[in-house]
Design a binder for this molecule. Structure first.
Ligand SMILES: Cc1cc2nc3c(=O)[nH]c(=O)nc-3n(C[C@H](O)[C@H](O)[C@H](O)COP(=O)(O)O)c2cc1C
Length: 325
């Protein structure tokens, strides 16, 4: 950590911070921060209160730069008052490469933030930030549910002593739940229709008109869905058992095997479905192996065909159901 007489004047401190900032964020020379931070340096997130070390900040900057190759950061203002400094900045970039395990959406984002610095001997000893990688994901509509799973490893075996049911017990529970079945569709980057069978559809609210679906990250449709602005959701009718089989498969040519048309917002809608909606994706919650997509319904069409029923791995005809008294 260097220090000389004149590096501690506010102008010099400002100059050195700006230089380190620009080298790290604009050129990826993250070690430039070594010259401006003290030995006990730590950064605290104003949102979560979590603190993070310099080496993790460097990694975070490199990750963000590789996910947003056109990233441009501008320091709008830097103020120094005694041993306190504040930096106000904004950054612009397009999300075109994966950010950790989050696939790119192609979204362009402008985000603003501020950092409050505590200075000691002309070096930054502590920094409080209003913005971090989590905030960036939130700005992109990619909220993480990971804090809800902190104590859990996706691959761990769950037993009854852990306060959770066994997998068998959970499956038995799920088998008792009756749903319909949907086919969720979208288009890939080349404009080709893509889709998969989904029964995790649910209506969230009528006003505003919000719905959700949960999609596994291993699905071949997933990257296109993640990138899409709109998706189609088609409720399978009692006559679409074969169609459902196509979309529950990994076939490359699913849409060659069915009749479909394009909705107002460009989503592929499957002919003969009981009902179809087009949904503008608003949130993408990361839930370990799955993403929960929440969207606003932008168009809806319903038909006379009775829907298909799904229970415990089997499909049933809904025609002739008797209402309970
Ligand atoms: C009745 C039924 C419901 C399903 N529900 C879902 C679901 O909610 N989310 C999901 O990701 N996959 C679900 N699947 C599995 C996918 O449809 C299946 O893995 C499909 O092969 C994925 O295709 P893809 O990899 O070409 O996208 C369901 C399958 C069936 C048969």
């Amino acid at each position: 950590m260097q220090q000389s007489e004149n590096v501690s004047t506010p102008d010099h401190i400002k100059q050195r911070i700006l230089e380190a900032w620009s080298r790290a964020w604009d050129r990826g020379e993250v070690d430039a921060f070594d010259a401006v931070v003290g030995e006990q340096y730590r950064r605290v997130s104003a949102r979560s209160g979590e603190s993070i070390e310099l080496k993790d900040i460097k990694e975070e900057i490199l990750n963000i730069r590789s996910a947003f190759p056109d990233l441009e950061t501008v320091v709008d203002k830097i103020l120094i008052d005694g041993d306190q400094a504040s930096i106000y900045w904004h950054t612009t970039g397009t999300f075109t490469q994966p950010l950790n395990d989050v696939p790119p959406t192609g979204t362009r984002v402008i985000t603003h933030g501020s950092n409050l610095l505590t200075l000691r001997d002309g070096l930054i000893s502590e920094e409080e930030v209003t913005w971090d990688a989590r905030a960036l994901l939130a700005d992109l509509g990619l909220k993480s549910l990971s804090s809800a799973f902190e104590a859990h490893d996706a691959s761990s075996v769950v037993d009854n002593l852990s306060g959770e049911p066994s997998e068998e017990a959970l499956k038995a529970f799920n088998r008792q739940f009756i749903t319909g079945v949907t086919v969720v569709t979208t288009k890939d980057e080349e404009g080709r229709p893509r889709g998969l069978a989904v029964n995790s559809f649910n209506s969230v609210s009528l006003d505003p008109p919000l719905v959700l679906v949960c999609v596994q990250k291993t699905s071949s449709t997933y990257p296109s869905m993640f990138r899409a602005k709109h998706i189609g959701i088609n409720i399978m009718s009692r006559d679409q058992r074969e169609t459902l089989g196509v979309f529950a498969s990994k076939a490359q040519d699913k849409f060659d095997q069915v009749q479909w048309h394009e909705g107002e917002h460009g989503s592929p809608l499957i002919d003969g479905s009981s009902a179809s909606i087009e949904v503008e994706i608003k949130e993408r919650f990361q839930a370990l192996t799955h993403t929960v997509f929440i969207g606003r319904v932008r168009s809806a069409e319903a038909r006379e065909e009775e829907p298909m029923i799904y229970k415990a791995g089997k499909f049933y005809d809904s025609l002739g159901l008797e209402p309970l008294a």
